[in-house]
Design a protein around this ligand. Structure first.
Ligand SMILES: *[C@@H]1O[C@H](CO)[C@@H](O)[C@H](O)[C@H]1NC(C)=O
Ligand SMILES: *[C@@H]1O[C@H](CO)[C@@H](O)[C@H](O)[C@H]1NC(C)=O
Ligand SMILES: *[C@@H]1O[C@H](CO)[C@@H](O)[C@H](O)[C@H]1NC(C)=O
Ligand SMILES: *[C@@H]1O[C@H](CO)[C@@H](O)[C@H](O)[C@H]1NC(C)=O
Length: 463
């Protein structure tokens, strides 16, 4: 992104010079209190975007077994499944840290990833810059010998993806960052003191996070992993005040709600509330459904079977339900240790893009309607474009009768028009005996269907 070019006479230039340098002149300043920070309006791009891709990639992608929580389950919980896996596959003295050098990213091509992300129809991406294992995907000076530049790929993964995404796609670039680290000695020492000591945030997490933001300028900062410590331990409010007032992304950055024990679903930017949160009803606050294509893991698992992956029908349903209720969908993939996006993930991403090409008008830049789902027919979800007064009814099952009953729209004879996205012709409709309308769907062969996993009707002049 270039800097703005100032055209025109010398006077505005002079004024500009005389103004004090620094943050967002004219914009609100935020105090390091939740009261002030929570009142910051969410930058508008985020609600319009609706759909993002989450990427979990780290040293856990090397064993790629069970879960990205592999290290914790092995070392802390000693879960037999993980202990056995190590016993059966690695020498007796092989420890998790030894997976670091095997995280090669040999086939990682950021441009290829960016092109797949673009093809998915997503408008933002969030990469795990550091998960709870503490391994950083960039050369953090605070993660000596436990980062992607010193070890494994010997490459700045964050930078490569940032450049590719910003150079080749229209997606916003975002970063996930785990506050705590399972086994960091300073964190463990603080924990023993019931977080009276603050060695870890002061000497590791905070300086690292400031650096990360300054260096890669993420427009989504997806915080996670409070480790049971309160936001005062993490100095989350101090950090966020800087992020919103001074940081290079102060005008466009969005953050989530995971900033310390008890802050989730309560403080910060948009709400995530819990993993795979999909309430099925309208929320008064912007929220995001972060979920995984692999039902059981965020990191790549070699032990996943085909039925462990959500189908494209499942994913379209998630998107439609989420957006109708005011949320964004953040859909996760887990690349392999050598940097490939497995064909199953790639296929799902491309399928989402195919669906959005036809139905994107019913998703992007929409708002919630007075009704989120239909009362007469199940699995019909509504969105709304107030300016053009268009209501979208997305339906996930094509009725065998060829007629779709919509109980919610109040139509007007001679005015209300109904179209199927991707088809275009006006459809006939009649008032139903109950409330609402009965829409005559077009008689299409399989090949004439604009898409196969969910459809959208565009309605004009309905109340
Ligand atoms: C985009 O790519 C070009 C050519 O590969 C490169 O010179 C340029 O610096 C890149 N832009 C950004 C924003 O990184
Ligand atoms: C918290 O962060 C703010 C802003 O960087 C800083 O001024 C303040 O000293 C920090 N407080 C603590 C307790 O770390
Ligand atoms: C959809 O609407 C019906 C009312 O017809 C309601 O009972 C239901 O809880 C709603 N939500 C979901 C997720 O179906
Ligand atoms: C709408 O109904 C009229 C009258 O029954 C019929 O001639 C026409 O073909 C129908 N149009 C569509 C698109 O089904």
């Amino acid at each position: 992104m270039g800097s703005p070019v100032l055209a025109g006479p010398a006077l505005p230039l002079l004024l500009l010079v005389l103004l004090p340098p620094g943050p967002a002149r004219g914009a609100a300043r935020f105090d390091p209190t939740w009261k002030s920070l929570d009142a910051r309006p969410l930058p508008a791009w985020f609600d319009k975007a609706k759909f993002g891709i989450f990427i979990h990639w780290g040293v856990y992608s090397v064993p790629s077994f069970g879960s990205e929580w592999f290290w914790w389950y092995l070392r802390e919980k000693k879960i037999p499944k993980y202990v056995e896996f190590m016993k059966n596959n690695y020498p007796p003295d092989f420890i998790y840290e030894d997976f670091g050098p095997l995280f090669t990213a040999k086939f990682f091509d950021a441009n290829q990833w960016a092109d797949i992300l673009q093809a998915s129809g997503a408008k933002y991406v969030v990469l795990t810059s550091k998960h709870h294992e503490g391994f950083t995907l960039w050369g953090s000076e605070y993660a000596w010998n436990w980062n992607a530049v010193d070890e494994g790929p010997k490459r700045d993964i964050v930078k490569e993806l940032e450049v590719a995404v910003r150079n080749r796609t229209g997606l916003r670039f975002g970063l996930y960052y785990s506050l705590f680290e399972w086994f960091h000695p300073l964190f463990l020492e603080d924990e023993v003191s019931s977080f009276q000591k603050r060695l870890f945030p002061v000497s590791k997490m905070l300086p690292e996070l400031y650096k990360l933001v300054n260096k890669y300028q993420p427009e989504v900062l997806w915080s996670d992993g409070d480790g049971g410590a309160p936001d005062t331990y993490w100095n989350s409010t101090g950090f966020l005040a800087w992020l919103y007032n001074e940081s290079p992304v102060r005008d466009t950055v969005v953050t989530n709600d995971r900033w310390g024990a008890g802050s989730i679903c309560k403080h910060g930017g948009y709400y995530t509330c819990s993993d795979r949160y999909n309430p099925g009803h309208l929320l008064p606050h912007k929220w995001e459904n972060c979920m995984t294509i692999d039902k059981f893991s965020w990191g790549y698992r070699r032990d996943a079977g085909i039925s462990d992956y959500l189908t494209i029908e499942d994913l379209v349903k998630q998107l439609v339900e989420t957006v109708s209720c005011g949320g964004n969908l953040l859909m996760n993939i887990g690349p392999t240790h050598d940097g490939t996006i497995s064909p199953i993930f790639e296929e799902r991403l491309r399928q989402m893009g195919t669906w959005l090409k036809v139905n994107g008008k019913a998703i992007y830049k929409t708002q919630t309607w007075r009704s989120q789902n239909d009362t007469a027919t199940q699995d019909v979800w509504y969105t709304f474009k107030p300016k053009s007064k268009l209501v979208y009814a997305m339906f996930l099952t094509w009725p065998t009768s060829g007629q779709l009953l919509l109980g919610q729209p109040r139509a007007t004879l001679g005015a209300t028009e109904v179209k199927l996205l991707g088809h275009g012709q006006l459809l006939n409709w009649t008032f139903s005996k109950q409330n609402g309308i009965m829409v005559e769907l077009p008689h299409l062969t399989v090949h004439q269907m604009p898409c196969k996993w969910g459809w959208a009707l565009e309605l004009t002049h309905v109340a």
